[in-house]
Design a binder for this molecule. Structure first.
Ligand code: HEM
Length: 218
């Protein structure tokens, strides 16, 4: 939940709403979604368990490190499962900002004092190849700084973008592709989530433990 009475000014053209209770519950809520998605996808569970057993040898004889669990090269499918849970669950569906001066967004004049909502969840769930023409059409009216950033990520497949399918993050050679498509569960920019690395690691650890507690020593 954002606290409307706790606004903080920044040096940019916007005021940011800090998050409070949300930080505490976001990781546990995401984990609850992970349980739901994995319970409904036994094939994903089997594939994930196979990767963990093959890539982390000698279970029971040593402790597994955080470094191993957060290594997307070593465990591409575990990383894909965590990213896909965060994509589909959309725990933070939108962020908002107040403009602190007149500004222009995609050619629209936005007066000072306007509250703007940015949809994170909608975009990361639905932005498919069907939106490519719309995005290309906006190219000419994007700000110079936005154009400089370019577009690094691809588009999701229109056929299955709303489904839980970790394979969408996996390249034909089996590696994990962080830029497979739009993904902003932690928002973007300099006020984006401070805890992204910790949250991703906690999620990877909990998913790992839930699937392998009979094999590994903790
Ligand atoms: C799955 C778990 C989490 C999700 C989905 C999440 C998502 C977000 C989102 C969407 C924002 C708002 C960014 C914006 O306004 O642009 C945010 C802000 C923030 N998050 Fe998280 N978060 C998670 C976990 C955590 C954790 C574990 C921590 C701390 C250890 C944390 C620390 C913060 C802080 C400090 C901010 C405010 C940043 C600022 O205003 O400069 N988050 N988070």
């Amino acid at each position: 939940m954002h606290s409307a009475d706790l606004r903080v000014s920044t040096n940019g053209p916007c005021t940011v709403y800090p998050v409070d209770l949300f930080l505490i519950s976001a990781t546990s809520t995401t984990l609850q979604w992970a349980v739901k998605y994995l319970a409904r996808a036994p094939e994903v569970q089997r594939k994930l368990r196979r990767e963990l057993v093959e890539q982390l040898p000698n279970p029971g004889e040593r402790t597994i490190t955080y470094k191993e669990l957060s290594d997307s090269k070593l465990l591409p499918y575990l990383t894909a499962v965590v990213y896909e849970v965060l994509r589909v669950a959309r725990v933070a569906n939108a962020v908002n900002r107040d403009t602190t001066c007149d500004t222009v967004i995609l050619g629209h004049h936005i007066p000072k004092g306007t509250q703007i909502f940015f949809t994170l969840g909608y975009t990361q769930l639905f932005e498919s190849e069907n939106h490519r023409a719309i995005a290309d059409g906006l190219e000419g009216i994007r700000s110079e700084s936005s154009r400089k950033g370019g577009r690094k990520e691809g588009y999701w497949s229109a056929d299955d973008c709303t489904e839980f399918r970790p394979e969408r993050w996996i390249m034909p050679d089996g590696s994990f592709n962080a830029n497979a498509g739009p993904w902003f569960p932690f928002s973007l920019g300099f006020r984006g989530c401070f805890g992204i690395r910790l949250a991703v690691r906690i999620l990877a650890l909990r998913v790992f433990m839930s699937l392998t507690d009979d094999l590994f020593r903790y």
